[in-house]
Design a protein around this ligand. Structure first.
Ligand code: PLP
Length: 463
């Protein structure tokens, strides 16, 4: 399987290379040159399998030249062994025809663990083979950082630097990043927003001399391997509800478009998906783009669902690439326009293509709080604010005869302030995290400046 850049001007790579590289050298994102297909029989055969076996069958064709079947099976087994639910991604029913896919049973209580735990294992195999050192730098709105640190802490040959927006992550998120004591973990509080962190990260990747000097590797949601790991639970949940014999729809609380793009890949592989519904908070660039056709960056407004406080939604570039029939030059042009003028209009044909796949909706802060309270009253479930955004949008899109699956992206205890504001109760952290508030924190403040960041990384990384 070959991987090509959405901007059409970077080297073609295999899976392991694309995973270790992250961002392509032309500034684009890697996508598979062709999408492997699963027949209705292949999909039906997933029923009743362990999550791990289903993961192996869905992912194997994408990684075949880079990892042996044994390596992949072992990586998957180790990745999900620490999850605290036998089903890994269990479904809970909310209402007739509406289901919640719980993706928060991993070690850091957010769906990011599904991908990050797996790529931690795959990086280890690939690095041991090549005897290389790498420096992982990631930007986070909170959950990617904690999941990455959890996956890479203490690994030989890896330093992990995580940039999080100072004072804009929840205390649980911050402590998950600042309390690991391993010397290869570096939590950096950047003076800015998530979009600033992501912009600095892109600058580092586009500085080819620096990139080569430190062996820069990216694990942000632009990393193809992360998207791939997330494709699996679209299959397992749909099969539980009757696929391939009936269609299902998904609603996904969305920020950087990584999770919902995984659904797009599942659909392209042959999963009968009716609608993929993008749910945003008040940072609604995607809802505006899909409904009005103009992708225009606004200012990030901090919300009670902070993991979605994003204006530049990186993985949307992948959707644009497919909407433009794989025309990398057209995508590069749009991305140039985005950089120089802060937005672009989506061409009519591309917009129609996107609307064949996606619906969208936006949820305000008050609606989010009301949804948390309503869901508790109607079902007894306590949900995190991101999941509440998803459920609220999903309720507007449920259709009789087609099950709707909303992705529950984090555990409510990760966002206790928002939950308390909604229902007057603070959800408890699971027992394995009870010590989080007693451990000492380690964090370095860094300016929103490339040179400052580069010298800090050079000075801190283990040589
Ligand atoms: C990361 C995250 C999201 C957004 O996912 P994307 O892949 O960036 O769209 C939503 N909810 C939670 C809890 C997250 O951590």
């Amino acid at each position: 399987m070959h991987y090509i850049s959405t901007r059409g001007a970077a080297p073609v790579l295999n899976f392991a290379e694309a995973m270790m590289t992250g961002l392509a050298r032309d500034g684009g994102l890697y996508v598979p040159q062709t999408i492997p297909q699963m027949t209705p029989e292949d999909i039906a055969a997933l029923e009743g399998l362990s999550y791990e076996e289903a993961a192996f069958r869905v992912m194997q064709p994408f990684v075949a030249e880079s990892f042996t079947e044994t390596e992949l099976r072992e990586a998957i087994a180790r990745a999900y062994a620490g999850f605290r639910h036998a089903a890994r991604a269990p479904l809970v029913q909310l209402a007739p025809g509406h289901f919640l896919l719980e993706l928060f049973h991993g070690p850091t209580l957010a769906f990011k663990d599904f991908a990050m735990q797996l790529i931690g294992q795959l990086f280890q195999i690939a690095l041991a083979r090549e005897d290389r050192r790498i420096t992982i730098v990631g930007a986070t709105s909170g959950d990617t950082g904690s999941a990455a640190i959890e996956a890479f802490r203490g690994l030989p040959n890896v330093d992990v630097f995580i940039l999080f927006p100072h004072d804009r992550v929840s205390e649980v998120q911050r402590r998950q990043m600042t309390t690991p004591g391993e010397a290869n973990v570096h939590a950096l509080a950047i003076d800015g927003t998530f979009d600033d962190g992501q912009a600095r990260l892109k600058d580092l990747f586009n500085d080819h001399a620096f990139r080569d000097e430190v062996g820069l590797a990216g694990v942000n949601s632009i990393n193809w391997a992360r998207v791939l790991a997330q494709v699996v639970y679209y299959f397992t949940s749909a099969v539980s509800l009757g696929a391939p014999h009936r269609k299902v729809s998904f609603t996904v609380p969305t920020g950087n478009f990584g999770d919902i793009f995984a659904g797009t890949i599942a659909r392209a592989m042959g999963l009968p998906v009716d609608r993929l519904v993008v749910a945003t908070n008040q940072n609604d660039i995607l809802d505006r783009a899909l409904s009005g056709g103009e992708y225009r960056v606004g200012r990030v407004q901090p919300s009670i669902s902070p993991s979605m406080d994003i204006q530049v939604s990186s993985n949307f570039e992948r959707a644009l690439f497919y909407a433009h029939d794989g025309d990398g030059r057209a995508v590069a042009q749009l991305m140039d326009e985005l950089k120089t003028s802060g937005g672009f209009n989506i061409a009519q044909g591309a917009l129609e293509h996107l609307r064949e796949i996606y619906d969208s909706g936006r949820v305000s802060e008050t609606e989010t709080l009301a949804a948390i309270a309503r869901i508790r009253a109607e079902t007894g479930e306590i949900v995190c604010p991101h999941s509440a955004v998803g459920i609220d949008v999903a309720q507007r899109h449920v259709k009789t005869g087609t099950p709707m699956i909303t992705l529950a992206t984090a555990h409510p205890a990760k966002f206790p302030d928002a939950v308390e504001q909604a229902i007057g109760l603070r959800p408890d952290l699971p027992p394995h995290m009870a010590r989080l508030f007693d451990l000492p924190e380690r964090v370095t403040q860094v300016e929103n400046d490339n040179e400052a960041l580069k010298s800090l990384i050079l000075q801190r990384r283990s040589a």
